[in-house]
Design a protein around this ligand. Structure first.
Ligand SMILES: Nc1ncnc2c1ncn2[C@@H]1O[C@H](COP(=O)(O)OP(=O)(O)O)[C@@H](O)[C@H]1O
Ligand SMILES: [Mg+2]
Length: 351
């Protein structure tokens, strides 16, 4: 049963429509990420869930109760923003206690809950510190504790890690996920970082220009992108132009390949777009590989654990990765080479 339901949500600012018919059902305890480039409407959808913006159309229901026209303080939602929005003149304890005080919770209960929250984020020893005395990562943990202290029904996180440096980002995202699991709180996490979204979410919503292009598990989003936008935004992808030969075969450069997907609806000679992930192809065939593409090596870059090589195949540049192995023999630039992969890994992109 859906716990949080967004139905036919639209939002315009003046004449400009920034959210188009957004639909989503989130289960209780689920961790969902909104992933998309800057300006695609992630924050606007989140602000509508929190009640800071009113939808131009559509409804927001949480636990069976319509919230669409409720004010933010009438909703039971916790929110964490990108910039550390702690109160600079309050210490950690008072920051976390803030929402409870506003709600008129008794002092003994406030003490108990703040201490629980500080324990949860591992900062009990810093209760007396002020925000300026803490690192960015610590401040964001306090912001999380402050959002969770009133025991909200839904937690909203708007790019909470993007102001932090890379190492802290990775450890804090894992910590946020662990806390979320422990509390079982329904969560929407906004990010423009695909690795972040894929690594911690139950499901990912890939947003493009105010629409949800695809909603699915990280595995589905990465392995079977629904649109060209999803395919190119999530991961590094080769987009290859081919010409239809018949309902199963496509020509790419000098190669004719048999696809797993049928090409019904296309005519001979039609141009189609195909997608192949860099990690799916290799110069040395593995047992599952039943398809080949031949071309000319144009570059090879050592990236540490992998070597990324590019091949020109009939005007298409195809990148592929191979694990670093001291025994690996790379063909020289300008030499012919043949890529091996499974026909399953070559996807027809339909939009
Ligand atoms: N209050 C507002 N008034 C006018 N335009 C806005 C307002 N808030 C957001 N927008 C516009 O809506 C679009 C989506 O913004 P936003 O939801 O902040 O995107 P994201 O969070 O994905 O970067 C952008 O084009 C932005 O300029
Ligand atoms: Mg935003």
């Amino acid at each position: 049963m859906s716990f949080l339901t967004l139905s036919n949500i639209k939002k315009s600012f003046g004449p400009v429509r920034v959210v188009h018919d957004f639909n989503m059902s989130i289960d209780q305890g689920e961790f969902v990420s909104f992933l998309g480039p800057s300006g695609c409407g992630k924050t606007t959808v989140l602000r509508m869930v929190a009640g800071f913006e009113e939808p131009s159309a559509g409804s927001i229901v949480i636990d069976g109760k319509d919230q669409t026209s409720l004010k933010p303080n009438q909703r039971n939602i916790g929110m964490v923003f990108q910039a550390y929005a702690l109160f600079p003149n309050m210490n950690v304890f008072d920051n976390v206690a803030f929402g409870l005080k506003v709600a008129g919770v008794a002092k003994s209960e406030i003490d108990k809950r703040v201490n629980e929250m500080l324990e949860l984020i591992g900062l009990s020893h810093l209760a007396d510190r002020y925000p300026y005395q803490m690192s960015g990562g610590q401040q964001q943990r306090v912001a999380l504790a402050r959002a969770l202290a009133p025991r909200p029904q839904v937690l909203l996180l708007d790019e909470p890690l993007s102001a932090l440096d890379a190492k802290i980002r990775v450890s804090l995202r894992e910590e946020i996920r662990a806390i979320q699991r422990k509390l079982g709180i329904t969560t929407i996490f906004v990010t423009h970082d695909q690795e972040e979204a894929l690594s911690i979410s139950d499901r990912v919503v890939v947003m493009n220009a105010g629409r949800a292009d695809q909603i699915g598990t990280p595995f589905e989003i990465y392995n079977t992108p629904a649109t060209r936008f999803v395919a190119s935004f999530v991961g590094t992808l080769n987009l290859i132009t081919g010409a239809v030969v018949d309902s199963n075969n496509v020509r790419i450069g000098e190669n004719v390949l048999t696809l797993k997907q049928s090409l019904d609806g296309y005519k001979m000679g039609d141009e189609i777009q195909l997608a192949l992930r860099p990690e799916a192809a290799s110069l040395t065939p593995s047992p599952k590989d039943d398809t080949t593409l031949s071309g000319i090596v144009t570059s090879s870059h050592f990236l540490g654990s992998v070597i990324r090589t590019r091949l020109d195949v009939g005007g298409n540049t195809i990148s592929f990765d191979m694990f670093n192995d001291p025994g690996l023999k790379l063909p020289p630039i300008g030499a012919p080479a043949t890529l091996h992969f499974a026909a399953d890994d070559l996807l027809v992109i339909k939009d």
